[in-house]
Design a protein around this ligand. Structure first.
Ligand SMILES: Cc1cc2nc3c(=O)[nH]c(=O)nc-3n(C[C@H](O)[C@H](O)[C@H](O)COP(=O)(O)O)c2cc1C
Length: 199
């Protein structure tokens, strides 16, 4: 059986330089849909996506992002913002749990369990973990559609947040999308037996 998902996994790589070619709007919408449909712990969907296409903004961001060329050469820079406030907001939590259609008692028990869980978490870190799931899905999905990407953690977080004027949100990571302008390097990975164990 042809495995198109595996082919996309093999195709995706961290592209450092993109062609000056825009991704069509309908393609970007599908990539954003991959993020929207991603799973999240307790179904909290704590990611918020800021899509930057404005070249001036990209140029101003670049020095705050280790001067990485992906920032200015990409077609779309998706800044994945982590919303730690919303996951603690009672109204938002009630809305998210109400979607499950459980009885009021079951909903209350679930929300109690959620708060007990939350208490044990580093909330910023927990929210950011969810953002990475959305990022991974966007990147593999993009590769499936012939679009290249680069995940970007190399940036000065406070400076980027200040520049983008994020108030209650923080930047988890960014993903640059575009069409590759470089040779694709061979995949370097540990061997299967170095990482997998069955019991
Ligand atoms: C969360 C995350 C952050 C990353 N940040 C950067 C980055 O700032 N700049 C960069 O060039 N690559 C970045 N990378 C790419 C990794 O270096 C790359 O995925 C890894 O070396 C494996 O190579 P491949 O993705 O090309 O297969 C990042 C990857 C991840 C998952």
């Amino acid at each position: 059986m042809e495995d198109k998902f595996l082919a996309a996994m093999q195709r995706r790589f961290a592209c450092k330089r993109f062609l000056q070619k825009s991704i069509p709007q309908e393609e970007i919408e599908v990539i954003l849909e991959y993020a929207r449909l991603s799973p999240s712990s307790f179904g909290m969907e704590p990611w918020r996506l800021l899509v930057v296409t404005d070249q001036k903004i990209k140029e101003e961001l670049q020095p705050l992002c280790w001067n990485q060329k992906q920032i200015t050469t990409c077609s779309h820079l998706v800044v994945i913002k982590a919303d730690s406030a919303v996951v603690q907001n009672r109204e938002y939590i009630a809305k998210m749990f109400a979607r499950r259609g459980l009885s009021p008692e079951a909903t209350k028990a679930y929300i109690d369990r959620y708060f007990a869980f939350l208490q044990k978490q580093d909330i910023d870190c927990w929210v950011q973990k969810q953002c990475y799931i959305a990022a991974a899905n966007m990147m593999t999905g993009a590769a499936y559609r012939g679009i290249d990407s680069c995940p970007i953690e190399g940036f000065e977080k406070e400076k980027v947040e200040e520049y983008l004027q994020l108030h209650n949100q923080s930047v988890a990571l960014m993903v640059a999308f575009g069409y590759c302008a470089m040779e694709r390097p061979p995949k370097k990975r540990l061997q299967r037996d170095e990482i997998v164990e069955f019991r």
